[in-house]
Ligand binder design. Structure first.
Ligand SMILES: C[S@@+](CC[C@H](N)C(=O)[O-])C[C@H]1O[C@@H](n2cnc3c(N)ncnc32)[C@H](O)[C@@H]1O
Length: 280
């Protein structure tokens, strides 16, 4: 079953938090000259038109990227992310939203490698076309979870793995845990970032318990909620669980997340939190 299309959700509050974390991790990894692999297991289409039927139908980006992209008081931590968003938009009009692969493409260097997998029959060709001329990139129509076995450890022994499934299958909540376990067994020094939605809080609590039970340490949880927990309102919050986060990430997110919460949720509902699931 592949009914999920990210084009309905691109640029929403969850993307803003996810891509802020992604861009800060990439920026930190670039502090060393040595190349690294960026592996995006669930890559999506790459670029999203915000005036398309899909995006206009939900209007989710209006309560996400549209609320911040022209602010002139952006915290320093949002700079790399916003540079990537602005690179895909000319002038004052917000027409396109770059997904995680295009944000990575904008921020990575000539020596780094990009590996992207996407299964959807409509989104895969769009993604492939975005990267036709990028010699750093390998784009495959393949199962993202399998890449955690097949592509790790990277040759360079440095890497950042983004795991961003749609959770349209209940099994995704377990698949992410076993996928991370597989990846970590092969490559324990990599940075792993797992995105999650809070639809039913119990599902996330269970997933976090299972992650703790793997024995993996150094796991940071970053979460932004736009509403209090509820089983009646769909996604009320989302977050990123980062394993082996760059040392600055906790501090950076503690500075920027309250700002994002104020900017994205003017009525102040929900919460912003940065906490360790397991310390180093
Ligand atoms: C949340 S979207 C990805 C968004 C993207 N990472 C971004 O931030 O721009 C999840 C994507 O995973 C794809 N997908 C679902 N199951 C998959 C699998 N097993 N392997 C690879 N891709 C999958 C879906 O088609 C969808 O495009």
């Amino acid at each position: 079953m592949l009914s999920y299309r990210h084009s309905f959700h691109a640029g929403n509050h969850a993307d803003v938090v996810k891509h802020t974390v992604q861009s800060l991790i990439i920026t930190s990894l670039k502090e060393k000259e040595k190349p690294f692999l960026y592996l995006d297991t669930h890559a999506g289409a790459g670029r999203y038109q915000l005036h398309s039927q899909h995006a206009e139908r939900t209007g989710e980006y209006l309560e996400g990227i549209a609320r911040i992209w022209q602010r002139d008081d952006l915290p320093e931590e949002l700079r790399p992310y916003m540079q990537a968003v602005k690179a895909w938009n000319m002038g004052d009009q917000l027409r396109y939203y770059p997904g995680s692969p295009l944000i990575a493409r904008h921020l990575l260097r000539a020596q780094d490698k990009i590996s992207l997998t996407e299964l959807h029959p409509s989104d895969y060709p769009l993604l492939r076309n975005e990267f036709l001329k990028d010699e750093r990139a390998r784009v495959q129509r393949a199962d993202g979870y399998l890449q955690l076995k097949a592509q790790l450890p990277p040759q360079s022994r440095r890497g950042f793995v983004l795991i961003d499934p749609p959770y349209e299958l209940k099994t995704d909540y377990q698949a992410v845990v076993s996928g991370i376990q597989e990846g970590y067994r092969r490559f324990s020094t990599g940075v792993y970032a797992l995105w999650y939605p809070v639809v039913l809080r119990q599902q996330i609590k269970r997933m976090v318990r299972e992650l703790e039970a793997t024995g993996i340490r150094n796991m940071l949880k970053i979460e932004l909620a736009v509403l209090p927990d509820s089983d009646r309102h769909g996604m009320t919050a989302s977050g990123m669980i980062v394993i082996n986060p760059p040392w600055k990430l906790e501090e950076q997110m503690k500075r920027v997340l309250p700002w994002l919460h104020r900017a994205l949720v003017p009525d102040g509902k929900g919460h912003a939190s940065v906490e360790w699931i397991v310390p180093e």
